[in-house]
Ligand binder design. Structure first.
Ligand SMILES: Cc1cc2nc3c(=O)[nH]c(=O)nc-3n(C[C@H](O)[C@H](O)[C@H](O)COP(=O)(O)OP(=O)(O)OC[C@H]3O[C@@H](n4cnc5c(N)ncnc54)[C@H](O)[C@@H]3O)c2cc1C
Length: 400
């Protein structure tokens, strides 16, 4: 394996989505990852509507839903205990399984697989255009793999971005931590996803997501890092002490494996989206929504956008028009930017949990407000507007 049309680095949702589309379009694609698969990925494992849509486009939604635990609502719990159930198409599937399904679909489309293979540095041609990558293989050997294009889909960790010369900010946007808890006695009691705001979790929130078979993904996240130190393990302990269902779940259940934390990169910030010969996709490009921390759907979408930019660039005899491909991809990500900005604005709820008290208190009395919250999950409503001064004032209009 010395050369290919497109080298995709990272077999998370973004990389595998890009690889599948490119292979279907007839490109010779190599998909590589630093880990052999299936592998674990620290995540809440929740699939919200955008992920459902993207998985359907990739032809794997049926297989995913057959393995996942489906749910019909998110229970939103405010600091003072108010609770509403927001309806949505939801599912939970541990990433070890989800990512392997999406990766196998890429291989079935014809792309080649190389793992473990860690991206160490880009290969550069005489004009300093990226022309492939130097990969560290298992056992320590190095391989130079030449490619007309490289898609960097290495997730939230900064080293690959730095090595590729596209990192604009080393620090991630946020951090989250999760553990799997088995508690069969609670399996019939927590059937939806549960998101909890609490003063003790200020700057973030806690969650309980049922994976099926009495196993729950339980976690906490911090969505703003600029206000000083934090300790996610201590926050997890607080969450599972203060929120009664989480407390019961953990006390009566058993932790499967260790609690694990990981960074997130959000709001399409922190990295250049392209340089000649290279496109940056998924969380490497900051494709996770701040406020919700949801990123699987957007990683899949940006992977497909990267593939589309290359496919359109390749139609005319695969001319290597690097500038046009890069511009097409950047325009596609740029078009998503206002939506990311709206989710960044909605982050105000995590910073000021009393806003969750207010919104949930009003929503308990208004199907219209519950509908608007469902629209935030479906992406038909602007979450920033909901918590803008005007949006908050609207909450006090006569109830509909
Ligand atoms: C605790 C936590 C909870 C979350 N909960 C949710 C949730 O419930 N729902 C949701 O939608 N999102 C959630 N997210 C966000 C979600 O995990 C990410 O948005 C998503 O994984 C991004 O996908 P990706 O393909 O861009 O990157 P990843 O899924 O991170 O995949 C990147 C891949 O690149 C590989 N890689 C990295 N560096 C190299 C290298 N140098 N060489 C070769 N390969 C490399 C990695 O091994 C990995 O396989 C959560 C995140 C965290 C941390």
């Amino acid at each position: 394996m010395n050369s290919c049309d497109v080298l995709v680095v990272g077999a998370g949702p973004a990389g595998s989505a890009a690889a599948q589309m490119l292979a279907h379009a007839g490109f010779d694609v190599v998909l590589c990852d630093q880990h052999d698969f299936p592998r674990d990925k620290v995540c809440g494992d929740a699939l919200i509507p955008d992920a459902h849509r993207a998985l359907a486009q990739l032809g794997v939604q049926g297989e995913v839903l057959a393995r996942a635990r489906s749910a019909r609502h998110v229970g939103c719990v405010a600091p003072r205990g108010g609770r509403i159930e927001v309806p949505a198409r939801l599912a939970v599937l541990p990433r070890r399984e989800l990512d392997d399904i999406v990766r196998r679909a890429a291989l079935a489309a014809g792309c080649r697989w190389l793992a473990p293979a860690r991206f160490e540095a880009p290969l550069l041609d005489a004009g300093r255009r990226v022309a492939g990558a130097r990969l560290r293989l298992a056992g320590g050997g190095l391989q130079e793999l030449r490619a007309r294009w490289t898609v960097l889909a290495t997730g939230a960790a900064a080293p690959a971005l730095i090595a590729a010369g596209v990192c604009m900010r080393r620090a991630p946007s946020s951090f989250a931590l999760r553990g799997y808890v088995r508690n069969e006695a609670m399996a019939e009691r927590i059937t939806g996803l549960e998101v909890v705001w609490h003063r003790a979790l200020r700057r973030g929130y806690g969650w309980i997501f049922p994976c099926g078979d009495g196993v729950f993904n339980v976690g906490v996240g911090i969505t703003r890092l600029d206000e000083g130190a934090f300790n996610l393990r201590a926050l997890f302990a607080e969450f599972t002490r203060l929120h009664a269902p989480a407390c019961e779940l953990v006390r009566g259940g058993s932790l499967l494996g260790a609690l694990k934390g990981a960074p997130l990169r959000c709001s399409l910030e922190g990295a250049r989206w392209s340089r000649p010969g290279l496109l940056v996709a998924g969380e490497a490009a900051g494709s996770t929504y701040s406020f919700t921390g949801e990123g699987i759907g957007k990683a899949l979408e940006t992977g497909m956008l990267a593939a589309r930019a290359l496919i359109e660039g390749g139609e005319s005899g695969r001319r290597d028009d690097a500038a046009a491909v890069g511009a097409r991809y950047e325009a596609a990500l740029g078009a998503l930017k206002p939506r990311f900005a709206a989710y960044a604005e909605a982050n105000r709820i995590n910073e000021h949990p009393w806003l969750a008290d207010l919104v949930i208190w009003r929503a308990r009395r208004s199907v219209d407000i519950v509908g608007r919250l469902a629209g935030v999950l479906e992406e038909t409503q602007n979450p920033g507007k909901l918590v803008s001064p005007r949006g908050l004032a609207r909450l006090f209009l006569p109830l509909g």
